[in-house]
Design a protein around this ligand. Structure first.
Ligand code: GLC
Ligand code: GLC
Length: 827
């Protein structure tokens, strides 16, 4: 069942009912000011840091769901409603929500009164601008009452929802003309305030929540709206809000447009106040209001936003036989990659904005998805990340976006972290041809005196693996590898111990983690990423270093075949007792998804036909109609030697959930192995546009990936196996966005930047006649045509570049060319 439709021409998803199976959200903002907005206008705003500069309040885990947002209330002669249906939830005569690229439009109509509200955050602007167009579509004049509403958060979102003994007595506001200023703590230690403005005269206001809503009422029945007035309340402690009140009369057919601005302002210490030393100096705020205070200025801001997205989405454009692929690649997957670039894992409807900083592995992988769109910012991000690395190649697992420093509370010793950096830096070079990044002096542990070249960072990353091998010669698992929930050094039996940060004291004298537990996943990732490091060394003419590194890769592959090949797939690990994990010998968790894809793409055991066997096992044991589960069979009890993975009921999260992130690795691997049909099958099982038809089951947004989909074992814990199978969770902020972008564009469609040029080596469904694509790459536009007359999945039979035949499938890079025509025939 669908709840809306794609409008590809406008790059929008159009939601046709407010009763979506879960709030379906969008993000506004790309630089400093961000808003989350649901299809009923729920959500919140923050400036840069979702924890420390929360501007409006939101209640996670609330009943009913999605309470708190920017609401407009209408009281039309006793009929009370909101343009976005919620929170009053009066049945509307019509409703529509359009989530577009960085903006959302919500339209509601009731009793011939139409309200159309457009929300966006302009470029280079610290505020959310909202345009409300009210139209009387009836044949008689209409008089009604209108309120805006926003609830201020007292800045620190964590403190705001815990420290009530203080916070109920600190709230402060100021009102001038049609603007309500929120200035809690501005008098003392803060240099910032927020405001809510409307470009028209108002008939009153409220700034105290209880006066507006009533202590025992809710967002759905604010007392002021019920009474058809406002109280001109002045918040003094308790919960400050901002609500404008206006009485409006419209003739038949007449429209009225109001522009509201929710802004954030920082002031220099000596300019905070007017001469009286207490009134806010509004200079900067007024200039911000001036910038968008008319519908014309509003439209210009929207046009600028559109141009920004035209440019970003103009870099890669494909035209395949599948509309759903086109809309994922050309619009939504790229959009999601940019949102993950901006937000990392901080704020979504599943991430509260007060938890995690920037993950070392997460941020490196995210680069893969957006490096073609914003290479300069990718470069900057790479240097930020590398600056938190430690001299021995180890990494802080997270760093804080405000300080850009490694987070000591979480610490390091996650075995996979260093490898992702080799992958992201090499992807950056492949995209841009900018080898100079390797010479960049980058600190270790944020200490400038320890700065060395980026190449040095990659070298210590590579050797961090080589220098930390276990008894079989496989990489030590340490605290965890990519799977944060396989905690082989944890052995936790005490509630509250964090699986991510706790390691059992029994490993203390060994350096904090088991020197027995080994990760086959890290081994496979090493053999996949290693060749990029060797490629870099070769390019730099460091042949000896390259040969030395290559030897380590070859050795690792041998070790994997000797100690980690289980006959039909690769094992997952050796635990701290030296026992196999992810083997047919195990009772539960016999096969895991993670190592398989990278092992296949590294040709580990190629002579023995490992790829074919592994892909067959994956298809048989892990695949479902909703995607590939992470492991099988699911764990049905707590295994103290494995940790968090076995705490989830079967079918959820890392315990046999469909973890879409690593589905992409298998899609890549199947494509690599020439199984284009199999790759595409897995792609279409999880790609949001394909799940649209079953949105009632899938629940989360049909335009973006979520981290997880309930696996085939979901419900097994309560004897109802299959319950919640196919149900999405944790949408938006996930490495799935980047990896599926890689899977579809670089592996299936096969357009893959390489050190020496653009490689084009598709692995598509055999039924396709071909496809076309345009790709901006290092300053030139590549017009690519793929023909598939013999209906194969993979194999470049001939390549013609600008009329000339070229051997192989890499279009050699020629400096200065502006346009390149590539014609490929498969066969
Ligand atoms: C989450 C984390 C990521 C981890 C994955 C598997 O997505 O952000 O770092 O690799 O879960 O546990
Ligand atoms: C939990 C989650 C995992 C995530 C981790 C991040 O372990 O299950 O997905 O990566 O927390 O801290």
């Amino acid at each position: 069942m669908k709840f809306g439709h794609f409008d590809d021409k406008n790059r929008e998803y159009v939601i046709e009912t407010p009763r979506t199976p879960y709030p379906w959200i969008n993000y506004l903002g790309t630089q400093g000011f961000f808003s989350l907005i649901s299809n009923t206008a729920g959500g919140y705003s923050f400036y840069k840091d979702a924890r420390l500069r929360r501007i409006t309040r939101y209640r996670y885990n609330n009943v009913p769901i999605d309470m708190g947002g920017r609401y407009f209330y209408i009281n039309d002669n006793g009929t009370i409603w909101n343009p976005g249906w919620s929170p009053v939830k009066t049945e509307l005569d019509s409703y529509e929500c359009r989530h577009g690229m960085g903006y959302t439009i919500i339209k509601g109509k009731k009793n011939d009164l139409k309200a159309e509200v457009t929300f966006f955050v302009p470029q280079d602007y610290d505020g959310e601008v909202q345009q409300v167009v009210l139209t009387n579509e009836g044949s008689a004049p209409k008089t009604f009452k209108f309120w805006s509403f926003a609830e201020w958060c007292l800045w620190d979102a964590q403190d705001d929802c815990t420290n009530f003994q203080r916070n109920f007595s600190t709230g402060r506001v100021e009102i001038k003309d049609s603007t309500i200023y929120h200035k809690t703590e501005y008098r003392d230690r803060r240099n910032h305030f927020a405001f809510y403005y409307v470009n028209d005269k108002i008939d009153g206001y409220d700034t105290d929540r209880d006066s507006f809503i009533g202590l025992y009422n809710g967002f759905h029945n604010p007392q002021a709206v019920l009474d058809g007035k406002c109280t001109n309340s002045l918040a003094d402690g308790w919960s400050p809000i901002a609500s404008h009140y206006k009485e409006i009369t419209l003739k038949a057919g007449e429209s009225k447009t109001l522009v509201f601005i929710l802004g954030y302002v920082e002031m220099p210490q000596d300019k905070k106040f007017e001469a009286d030393g207490k009134t806010i100096n509004k200079e900067k705020a007024l200039a911000m209001m001036e910038k968008y205070n008319t519908p014309e200025k509003f439209a210009a801001g929207m046009a600028e936003l559109r141009a920004y997205w035209d440019k970003l989405l103009g870099i890669l454009n494909v035209n395949t036989p599948e509309d759903k692929v086109n809309r994922m690649v050309n619009i939504w997957n790229q959009y999601q990659c940019m949102v993950t670039f901006n937000l990392s894992r901080s704020a979504s409807y599943f991430e509260s904005g007060i938890g995690r900083g920037m993950g070392f592995r997460d941020s490196n992988q995210d680069i893969l998805g957006f490096v073609h769109q914003i290479p300069d910012r990718a470069r900057e991000r790479l240097i930020d990340i590398a600056s938190t690395q430690l001299e021995d190649g180890g990494c802080y697992h997270q760093y804080q976006p405000l300080t850009k420093k490694g987070n000591a509370d979480i610490g390091g010793d996650f075995s996979d972290d260093p490898l992702w950096m080799i992958l992201s830096v090499s992807s950056y070079i492949k995209e841009t041809g900018d080898w100079s990044i390797l010479d960049e002096k980058v600190p270790y542990d944020n200490d400038e005196s320890k700065a060395k070249s980026m190449l040095d960072h990659l070298t210590v990353s590579f050797y961090h693996i080589v220098n930390n091998l276990g008894p079989h010669g496989l990489p030590l698992a340490m605290r965890a590898d990519w799977n944060d929930c396989i905690n082989l050094s944890c052995f936790s039996d005490t509630p509250g111990e964090s699986f991510q940060t706790y390691t059992n004291p029994k490993f203390k004298k060994e350096g904090g983690y088991s020197k027995i537990a080994e990760s086959v996943f890290v081994a496979a990732l090493f053999t996949y990423v290693g060749p990029a490091f060797v490629g870099i060394l070769n390019h730099l003419g460091k042949k000896k270093d390259a040969a030395k590194a290559q030897k380590e890769i070859d050795k690792m592959k041998k070790v994997m075949m000797a100690s980690a090949w289980d006959g039909n797939w690769f094992m997952r690990a050796y635990d701290a007792n030296g026992q196999k994990m992810g083997s047919k010998e195990c009772q539960e968790g016999q096969i895991f998804i993670e190592p398989q894809g990278f092992a296949i793409m590294s040709d580990v055991g190629k002579e023995e036909g490992t790829a074919k066997k592994t892909l067959a096992a994956i298809d048989e044991r892990l695949n479902t109609k909703h995607g590939l589960v992470l492991n099988n069979p699911a764990f049905s009890k707590y295994y103290i030697q494995y940790g968090e993975i076995s705490t989830y009921p079967g079918g959820y999260k890392e315990n046999a959930g469909i973890f879409t992130h690593n589905n992409a690795w298998i899609i890549c691997a199947a494509a690599y192995a020439g199984e284009g049909d199999q790759a595409f099958k897995y792609y279409s099982e999880i790609a949001p546009a394909y799940t649209e038809e079953t949105s009632d089951i899938h629940k989360t947004e049909p335009y973006v990936y979520g981290q997880m989909i309930g696996g085939k074992d979901a419900g097994s814990d309560v004897g109802q196996t299959g319950k919640n199978f196919g149900q999405g969770k944790n949408s938006w902020l996930t490495g799935t966005a980047a990896w599926n972008m890689v899977a579809i564009s670089q592996y299936i469609l096969g357009i893959q930047p390489d050190f020496d040029g653009l490689k084009v080596d598709p692995s598509i469904p055999a039924s396709w006649d071909g496809f076309t694509a345009t790709r901006l790459f290092r300053g030139a536009r590549y017009n690519i045509t793929i023909k598939n007359p013999s209906h194969v999945c993979k194999g470049v039979k001939s390549m013609i570049v600008d009329g000339q035949p070229v051997e192989g499938c890499v279009v050699p890079f020629v400096e200065g060319k502006k346009e390149v025509n590539v014609e490929i025939t498969l066969g």
